[in-house]
Write a protein that binds this ligand. Structure first.
Ligand SMILES: [Zn+2]
Length: 104
């Protein structure tokens, strides 16, 4: 049996969220504590590929957003809720989410 080593990381341990362009690989990095203003196009002026098409629906709902956008919002909410839970212990959940990564 081969032992597997994995990094287990909680959402509150995320230090950087990076968005990488699929075309030119340029990256924008954010602290998870800052509100991510997702650009509609790649910030590289030589690329400008579409990152986040504008929603054409008149009244877009939360579920109209692509999963990657919803994930960014969810990470932000988890961190906001953590602060609320720290202030009010009756809201405390009996678990936390851990994300696993293979060691490189
Ligand atoms: Zn690009």
């Amino acid at each position: 049996m081969t032992p597997e080593r994995r990094w287990m990381v909680g959402i509150e341990e995320i230090r950087t969220i990076s968005l990488e362009c699929n075309e030119c690989k340029v990256r924008l990095s954010y602290s998870p504590d800052e509100m991510i203003d997702l650009p509609q196009t790649c910030p590289n002026s030589l690329c400008r590929s579409v990152w986040n098409p504008p929603n054409t629906k008149a009244a877009p709902t939360e579920f109209d957003a692509p999963a990657s956008v919803r994930l960014l919002r969810a990470i932000d909410r988890v961190k906001q809720e953590k602060r609320a839970i720290e202030a009010n212990s009756t809201l405390r959940q009996g678990f936390r989410i851990l994300l696993g990564f293979d060691e490189r």
